[in-house]
Design a protein around this ligand. Sequence first.
Ligand SMILES: [Zn+2]
Length: 274
Amino acid sequence: MKKRFLLLGILLLLLSYPYLRPLVEDVWQEKEANAAVVPKYQTIRVEQDQIYQGDLLLVSKYDAFHSEGVPSDVINLSSHNYLVEGYRLQDNSIELSEKAAEAFNEMVKTASSDNVKHFMIKSGYQGLEKGHNDTLPDCFSEHHLGTALDVASTQMKMDQAPEGKWLQENAWKYGFILRYPKEKVTITGIPYNPGHYRFVGLPHSAIMQERQLSLEEYVNYLREAKEVSGTINGGDYKIYYYPVATSIMVQVPTNGKYVLSGDNQEGVILTEFL
Ligand SMILES: [Zn+2]
């Protein structure tokens, strides 16, 4: 009797093997996948040059532009029609960093749906001319970055125009900041300019808007805080500030998105999108 049950048991096991096998293999494959998993973070070396490159460079009345910061993605707007939808260019020589142009184009589209549609770009990127050096006031211009632009209304002065008002309220959503606001004149050292905008990217423009910080104040804030985290457009981010003497090792996500930028003074800012 016992023998018969044993035989039956073996028979059942043999018959069910084809069904069991996939389960067995699944377990094995999972183990292999775990073994091959890449570490979430990797360490990279950040050199001193990085202090002078990126979207968060503080070029101001007191902080000169460094030649390391010459942008590599500058385009001529009039030859990129798909980036000039719904606004005008003062002339066809205007150039801008491509990412700033994309963000501006997107922003103007939204403004247009709010019935604000008379924007014009008056100037953008200005190259460093030969013979200039850091003692010339020209080198304190943000326009060398490719991410600064002068915006106007084709209807009236910017400080009275709906275009100016709309930008003051909404530009931060697209990564832009009003660089020389009325209430920050003592900090920027530059008169109120309702048309000069600067692309710094998200989440930075959002934090600056929320805390009402100029770029000068924001860089200081990051330097003191060393680490800032929050949520933007439904995703979490973390921002780290690192002082850089000669070079430093920094942990960055292996596969995730991150952006590095110098502050144009003494360190780098790592923005990690989680
Ligand atoms: Zn300007």
